[in-house]
Design a protein around this ligand. Structure first.
Ligand code: GCU
Length: 335
């Protein structure tokens, strides 16, 4: 897999050097071709929303900015594509906010369980100036956030055990995203956290390296996790957005008109995605039930919330997160 990724990436670089594709031109007379990497398949709703983003950018820039998509983790794991976006080897990447935690500590807030009490609260915050401020926190490390995409609520699923209360996680190896906050969450709930990148999860489940994991419903069908994991339990512990990031130097080289076009296209693709996402979750749930025999459970969320209270106290206090923690909670609850 690694060799394949390296070969693909070297080919992409060599091709772009010789094809005259340049991401450095400022002039709107030239066509700029940019690369966008992400780790989902072409049938996943977020891929469709990124195709829509590319279409809108093309249209709004009168064809002067073209975006080529590299799905399926072809260019690497989320951490790797963030690093490529930092250097400018890749222009855009769509990654989970959890993966951004090690690049800007503020992003760790999105992995804080029960930060939002509902999807409405999540949208309220993500559509506010707070999100815009957070997107700027990585400009000094080479990239900026442009917009977010709904990635649903994250819920526990295991091979054959329903997770109805935190104690049910005891003794279970639960895969989490490589994020310190997600690791702490599982520890507080009583399970054994196993961080790994998304592309490794299916095999890890199948081979018993992990007992379970946590994600939205599309992972069951689009990533085939439902072939192995048969109990899906709605703990709804996090609502972690996907974030579209862009290399900062490439951004600075664009004309004002192109910047405006990209900003508008990003916003419009988020609205497009909201509708697609609702349909996709409905479809994935029906398919997982009917074709994969997955059982969906509805645990009481209160004991899970109680278990992670120390993490809320920590986030409200520590310097890196306290301002945003308070702002997000105030915006979310309307206080
Ligand atoms: C979601 C998210 C991905 C992420 C994955 C994960 O599916 O959209 O960007 O990689 O979770 O659990 O790693």
């Amino acid at each position: 897999m690694k060799t394949w990724i390296s070969i693909t990436f070297v080919c992409v670089l060599v091709l772009s050097l010789f094809s005259g594709c340049s991401t450095t031109a400022k002039s709107e007379d030239q066509t700029i071709t940019m690369r966008l990497a992400h780790n989902q398949s072409e049938t996943h709703p977020v891929h469709k929303s990124l195709v829509e983003f590319a279409r809108l950018v093309d249209k709004k820039t009168n064809g002067t900015v073209k975006i080529k998509l590299y799905p399926n983790g072809q260019l690497g794991s989320e951490r790797e594509v963030i690093e490529l976006t930092q250097t400018g080897a890749v222009d855009f990447a769509k990654v989970s906010a959890s993966a951004l935690e090690s690049f800007s500590p503020v992003y760790s807030l999105f992995s804080l369980p029960y930060l939002f009490d509902s999807r409405d609260q999540f949208y309220k915050v993500m559509n506010s100036s707070i999100a815009q401020d957070i997107y700027k926190t990585t400009t000094d490390v080479g990239f900026r956030g442009l917009t977010f995409y709904d990635a649903g609520t994250r819920n526990f699923y295991t091979k054959n055990k329903a997770i109805m209360k935190p104690e049910d996680l005891k003794g279970l190896k639960i895969r989490v995203q490589p994020s310190a906050t997600s690791i702490k969450m599982i520890e507080l709930m009583g399970g054994s956290p196993t961080p790994m990148s998304f592309g490794e999860v299916y095999t890890a489940l199948q081979q018993g390296v992990i007992d379970g994991t946590e994600n939205n419903e599309t992972a069951l069908t689009d990533n085939n996790h439902g072939q192995v994991a048969k109990q899906y339990s709605y703990s709804e512990h996090t609502i972690v957005p996907d974030i579209l990031i862009m290399n900062n130097k490439k951004w600075d080289k664009l004309s004002n008109k192109q910047k405006k076009a990209i900003t508008e296209a990003a916003k419009e693709s988020t609205a497009f995605h909201k509708v697609e996402w609702e349909k996709a979750i409905d479809k994935a749930t029906k398919e997982a039930k009917a074709k994969m025999n997955v059982t969906f459970n509805k645990p009481d969320k209160e004991p899970f919330k109680k278990a992670v209270e120390p993490l809320h106290k920590e986030f409200a206090k520590k310097k890196a997160t306290s301002r945003y923690y308070k702002e997000i909670r105030a915006e979310a609850t309307g206080d």
